[in-house]
Design a binder for this molecule. Structure first.
Ligand SMILES: [Zn+2]
Length: 157
């Protein structure tokens, strides 16, 4: 066996059963690069220190032999990321539509609902649990009813 083949064989044996690179490692490495950039821009060594700490953390994860535990952590992290993305998207949508709609939660099941603004006090029916309650949507400009009666619609879907 040649030297290189032997070396490759050894590395493979050493890596066997270890966690390897996962989503946590990739995101952490990106954060680490960002911190290095911040360190060089600001000259603050704290950022460099944090960046090195993240590197150590990533190396620990990549070479961890408890790959089952690491995979469970990674799954949790990916779910959290997806959840965060959905929440952010909903937040920006609400921000964009805040002039047309008021947002509120169903007092019974906490489902996020919306109603068109300027319809006075409005009777709502939660589409999820059927709970009936009233919300104040504010007066229409000039005190006139806009005539547009929009029913509650769920935002959590
Ligand atoms: Zn409800």
């Amino acid at each position: 066996m040649s030297f290189w083949k032997q070396l490759l064989y050894r590395i493979r044996g050493w890596l066997y059963g270890r966690n390897g690179v996962d989503q946590i490692a990739l995101v952490a490495l990106m954060a680490s690069l960002l911190l290095q950039l911040l360190a060089s821009l600001t000259g603050l060594s704290l950022f460099l220190l944090l960046s090195v700490a993240i590197y150590v953390f990533v190396l620990f994860r990549i070479f961890s032999k408890k790959s089952y535990a690491r995979q469970a952590e990674n799954t949790k992290f990916v779910n959290w990321l997806v959840n965060l993305k959905t929440k952010l998207r909903q937040f920006f949508l609400r921000l964009k539509l805040r002039k047309q709609y008021i947002y509120f939660r169903c007092p019974q099941c906490r489902t996020l609902l919306r109603a068109g603004r300027g319809q006075g006090e409005k009777e709502m029916h939660c589409p999820k649990c059927g709970n009936a309650f009233t919300v104040k949507t504010g007066r229409a400009p000039g005190g006139k009813d806009t005539g547009k009666k929009k029913s509650a619609s769920s935002e959590d879907k």
